[in-house]
Design a binder for this molecule. Sequence first.
Ligand code: AMP
Ligand code: MG
Length: 324
Amino acid sequence: MAQILPISDPDTLAWATDVLRRGDVVALPTETVYGLAADATNPQAIAAIYEAKARPSFNPLIAHVSDMEMAKAHVSFSPLAERLADAFWPGALTLVLPLSDTTGIHSLATAGLATAAIRMPEGFARELIAAFGQPLAAPSANRSGRVSPTSARHVADDLGDRISLILDGGRCRIGVESTILAVEGERLRLLRPGGVPAEEIEDMIGRAVDRPAAVSDGGAVIAPGMLASHYAPSAPVRLNASEARPGEALIRFGGLPLRGADQAAAIMDLSASGDLREAAANLFDMLKQADATGATGIAVAPVPRHGLGEAINDRLSRAAAPRD
Ligand code: AMP
Ligand code: MG
């Protein structure tokens, strides 16, 4: 079983750095979700991520950096990309940028693309990358197709028998994955809604970002790896529910009562006060809790679509998508 070390332990940083130097994977907390991290420049280490997650294919991964100098060694920044990084890093915004000639990010992490997805996380993850000195590839620390982990316990339940080290930083502050924005000249395309609301990006640059149709309807594959049926609990998920059916677990929003709640297998509320930040932080945890009740299905009440609601609705529609 994996060893679980608190990030507050003074030896954890050095220990984790050693594990990464050996080319092994480490599960680590970030402000978005827990990541399964490995050296983004080492193909064996990257392969170990895919192996632990049992990912069916080599999707491009996000490379996490500790500072702009490290970022600029691997991707090239246009003035617009630099403004975005200035405004939102460290934070939950991932930028897809052209690889630089000097990049050491291995093609197994970029799936052979000429671009890389790059992000500067905050807090302990950033300190670890700085100590390690190379970018870390880090998709969510769950088996492929399962709900993303927002606590060390989630990671241990899902991957504890497949990895050696889990770093425990408590619950993730944001709780949903990063927003992914492709910067193509002056054009900005939202590839995945996430922890930074698209409206905040639009306010900063003073114009709208493109939302490819597949993003706004939460459907088709627009970037490699964006499977519709991602983040799936084992029970079927029913969205925009106005009532609970017998045997279903009920996930409410904003404290609004739903009909049939007395027959529900379990009732929880993403945020009784209707706060979208609180709802994002609770989302994956409550999907797991609802699943763990053994309910026949999971009924989810409507969640507003503005701000973080865009990312929440995206993840919910993926959780509800038909499975292969
Ligand atoms: P994850 O690391 O699991 O949070 O997911 C990374 C996401 O970033 C996946 O959906 C990828 O398809 C997307 N991604 C990574 N690199 C690129 C890229 N170069 N171009 C477009 N999308 C990318
Ligand atoms: Mg994931």
